[in-house]
Design a protein around this ligand. Structure first.
Ligand code: ADP
Length: 875
């Protein structure tokens, strides 16, 4: 509306201007052509506002000019014909001007409209458009062109096209000929080369595609060119994507075919749709055989339910990864496989099938099992198994190994260099000698101590090490399988010690045998001398008495030696039995002193005895205990120079009694004290110092004491400082009765006695003795003779040797016992065999008693006296 008012105002202004111009010209023109300037104003008015403005403007202008310039001026006079003609001519002329103006206006309007349509079309076309004149200068560029080239319309206007529109080949980057040039030159439509890139003003680029066409005028002359192009970057990308998808699909197909894994596609119903070569190899069915069949073809019957679960997962769109199961080949063989199953979806995302990747893991599983077995063996091994790198840093130690060295975990072991497994003094040898040697030889072995990290204790190990190498035989570490040989080493050490002990014992035994021979021969010389004296004494009572005493003493000495030997044998074979009763200590000591007294007196020793006032009762074998103290007193006597001092004292301490035998004699060197109780042990065997003895007395003493539940220790200040032996024995707190000394046999009754011995001297001398005490004796010298003599003489007592010619003593006794007259005869074995076993055998054969040669005559009399009671005799 506003612009319409303005147009009208301008139209009226043009008329007014025309009137004004006429007025200015009036002095020149006078009354001629009063309306002449109005035609220009009307033309302007019609141009501006069309006939609607031009008609009123023409009428207004006429009115004004009529009034001002037509005679009579200042009046409207249409009465004159001149004026009417003038008016008609004026109106005719104005009509023409208005008609022409209207035509021009509508042509102008059409042009503007079509130009606007063209402009809008170009703008909205979506493609970039550039027009040039025939010299290639840009005359127009639409907005899309602006955005693609980076040039604004104003900047681009009149610029040479190749400046604004720079194009290069996408791949080679070489400039591409501008299509507009050719279009202008040849007047043809030119398409762009493929893969053309437009370089923008800012240096960025975009792929474009389009063409150029010449613009011709009505005469067909080319006067410009239009270039139309578009951004095809996205399209190119799509093409590229498609191409690469195609490549990928091809690649995928070849991967599937060449894959070592079986790849199978199947429908949701389980029908096999594709089956690659690996599937053929794995399952033994060709693709032709498998495709179209149900997947249960390769599923073992007991695993068919698995398939339902798989399908259910797939339907839910879930992928199944590394599912290990069993499948079956065409030949029936079972294989262990790992399945990865993915759903196949159609374009709308619906699951329509599944792709299966099947890998045969049978070998891997077997290898895993074998590896597991291996690990179990290593872990369960009681040997130390470990590995370390070449820097001696462990990376594996088995459980037993960790325990052996007191480490809690493999991590702890990894922080502990191998060198620390050894004692500092051994580390140099291991690191500088042993390991380098292993690297040279490949393996090695050494016996070495491992250190326990917690207790610090040593463990002897048979340390066997091998070098670990890589594929190029380059050493990468060490491995060891080592055994704990601590026990074996201890045993072998013990064995070595034992061997040394044995050889020492053997040496002592040999010495003992020499001593024994010496000790047995010793009494024989005076005895044979004295027998010679008896022969030549011619009844001299003085000489006879002297000879008798000497022989008796020497015989006693020999008997004691043999008794000791027998006791020792019994003790070492555990065959010595104690006959324990309640005994009173002072009585035992008295008995021991009685035994030792002759020796003590002979050496002129001073013996003091100090016993508690209160009686001390022991559960003991009186004879054996007396033997203990008797031996100790004898030793003190033997190893103390004449006129020495010997003391025996007893002291009660709670539940035990300490009996101490002390002397001021030779003493015992400190280094011998510990072994003084060992068998055959003698401190000094040199001829000068040697006293009678076999080196077994103290062994007997110790064993007998221990058999009584006691102990013994030896003390001495050293050689020449005297000795002290302390015996500890448990005491009875409350005795049940006061034991009485055994009554001594007094009876000397006359008896009929048969003596059977193949040693005639032995038989004769015994017969003489028995005759001297008023008995009647008979003799036999072999078994048969013995049986006959018993039958003939019917003796009351038979003293029967066991080792007899023709029939041994056991058999003689058995035969006698078989006879009615033989049942009540007292048969006593008289033999050199005195072991418990010998006694048992004689008892089984029917003997009433068992005496060991040489017979103590008092003992024999004792025995004979007990026969009045008719009981068996033990001796
Ligand atoms: P034997 O006296 O027959 O040699 P023993 O076994 O009784 O054997 O004694 C072993 C050794 O102990 C003796 O040879 C002697 O060297 C030493 N010995 C034993 N008793 C004494 C003691 N009272 N004084 C010094 N040495 C003794």
């Amino acid at each position: 509306m506003r612009s319409q008012l303005k147009t009208h105002a301008l139209g009226l202004l043009a008329i007014a201007l025309a009137v004004f111009v006429r007025w200015l010209l009036d002095p020149v023109m006078g009354d001629t052509l009063p309306l002449v300037t109005l035609f220009g104003g009307v033309a302007i008015a019609v141009w501006l506002g069309g006939y609607r403005l031009a008609v009123p403007a023409a009428l207004l202008g006429y009115g004004a000019c009529h009034y001002l310039f037509i005679e009579p001026r200042g009046h409207f006079d249409l009465g004159s014909s001149t004026n009417v003609v003038g008016l008609v001519a004026y109106l005719f002329t104005c009509s023409l001007i208005i008609a022409i103006g209207e035509v021009a206006r509508s042509a102008q309007r059409r042009t503007t409209e079509s130009r606007e349509i063209f402009r809008v079309a170009l703008r909205s076309i979506g493609d970039a458009v550039i027009t040039t004149d025939n010299e290639g200068r840009i005359t127009y560029m639409n907005e899309v062109g602006e955005s693609l080239t980076g040039w604004s319309h104003e900047e681009a206007l009149n610029q040479p096209l190749e400046r604004v529109f720079q194009i290069v080949n996408e791949a080679t980057r070489d400039p591409v000929q501008n299509p507009a040039e050719r279009a202008l030159r040849e007047g043809v439509v030119v398409g762009l080369a493929n893969h053309t890139v437009l370089l923008r003003k800012d240096g960025t680029e975009c792929s474009i595609d389009d063409s150029a066409a010449p613009i011709r005028d009505e005469s067909g002359e080319v006067f410009g060119c239009v270039l139309i192009f578009r951004d095809v970057t996205a399209q190119r990308q799509v093409e590229r994507d498609k191409a690469s998808q195609l490549d990928a699909a091809r690649l995928l197909a070849s991967i599937i075919e060449t894959s070592n894994d079986a790849i199978i596609a199947k429908s949701l119903e389980g029908v096999i749709q594709s089956w690659n070569e690996a599937a053929e190899r794995l399952f033994g069915y060709t693709a032709e055989e498998a495709v179209g069949r149900h997947i249960s073809l390769v599923i073992p019957p007991e695993r068919l339910s698995e398939e339902d679960q798989i399908i259910a997962s797939l339907r839910a769109g879930r992928r199944i990864e590394h599912f290990e199961t069993e499948r079956v080949r065409s030949d029936g063989q079972r294989i262990i496989v790992s399945l990865t199953i993915s759903p196949i979806k159609d374009d709308s995302g619906n699951v329509v099938g599944a792709s299966k990747i099947v890998r045969d893991v049978t070998d891997r599983k077997r290898a895993e099992r074998e590896r597991q077995n291996f690990v179990t063996v290593v872990e369960e091994s009681t040997d130390f198994i470990g590995m370390c790198d070449t820097n001696g840093i462990p990376f594996f130690v088995n459980r037993a190994g960790l325990e052996m060295v007191g480490l809690d975990s493999i991590e702890e072991a990894r922080r502990t260099p191998v060198a620390e497994f050894f004692f500092p003094e051994d580390q140099g040898r291991i690191l500088n000698e042993f390991f380098p040697k292993i690297l040279e030889d490949g393996h090695g072995e050494i016996e070495i101590r491992f250190r326990h990290f917690k207790t610090g204790k040593a463990r002897w190990m048979a340390y066997k090490v091998s070098a670990l190498t890589d594929a190029d035989n380059k050493p990468i570490g060490f491995a060891t399988v080592s055994q704990d040989v601590t026990e074996r080493k201890r045993l072998s050490d013990n064995l070595a010690r034992l061997a040394a002990d044995l050889s020492e014992t053997d040496r002592r035994k040999n010495e003992f045998l020499a001593t024994l021979a010496h000790e047995l021969r010793n009494p024989l010389a005076p005895m044979s001398n004295m027998l010679e004296v008896v022969k030549r004494s011619e009844g001299d009572p003085q000489l006879l008495k002297q000879a008798h005493d000497t022989i008796e003493r020497q015989l006693d000495q020999m008997v004691r030696l043999v008794d000791d030997l027998l006791d020792l044998s019994r003790i070492t074979h555990d065959r010595l039995e104690l006959r324990r009763t309640e005994v009173e200590l002072s009585e035992v000591i008295q008995q021991a002193v009685e035994v030792a007294r002759p020796l003590i007196d002979a050496a002129g020793h001073d013996l003091t005895i100090d016993l508690p006032d209160e009686p001390i009762y022991l559960n003991a074998d009186r004879t054996r205990l007396a033997q203990v103290f008797g031996n100790l007193l004898n030793n003190s006597c033997k190893y103390t120079k004449p006129n020495g001092t010997i003391s025996l004292s007893a002291k009660r301490l709670d539940s035990e009694v300490l009996v101490t035998v002390r002397d001021n004699g030779a003493g015992i060197p400190q280094d011998k004290l510990e072994r003084i109780f060992d068998m055959f042990m003698q401190v000094d065997r040199s001829a000068e110092r040697s006293q009678s003895g076999l080196g077994i007395g103290l062994t007997l003493v110790k064993r007998l004491t221990e058999m009584h539940g006691g102990s013994i220790e030896a003390n001495s200040g050293g050689a020449g400082e005297g000795s002290e032996f302390v015996v500890r024995l448990p005491v009875l707190s409350r005795p049940t009765f006061a034991p009485q000394p055994a009554p001594k046999a007094e009876v000397e009754t006359q008896r009929r006695i048969l003596i059977v011995d193949d040693n005639r001297d032995s038989a004769d001398s015994l017969a003489m003795l028995l005759e001297l005490t008023g008995n009647k004796t008979f003799m036999a010298h072999d078994g048969i003779e013995a049986v006959e003599a018993i039958e003939k003489h019917r003796p009351e007592v038979v003293l029967l040797d066991i080792g007899l010619p023709k029939l041994d003593g056991h058999e003689v006794c058995r035969r006698v016992r078989e006879q009615p007259w033989g049942k009540n005869i007292v048969v006593i074995a008289l033999t050199g065999w005195g072991q418990d076993d010998d006694r048992r055998r004689s008892q089984e054969a029917g003997f009433n008693g068992h005496l060991v040669k040489p017979v103590d005559y008092d003992k024999l009399l004792d025995l004979l006296s007990t026969l009045t009671n008719g009981g068996n005799i033990k001796a």
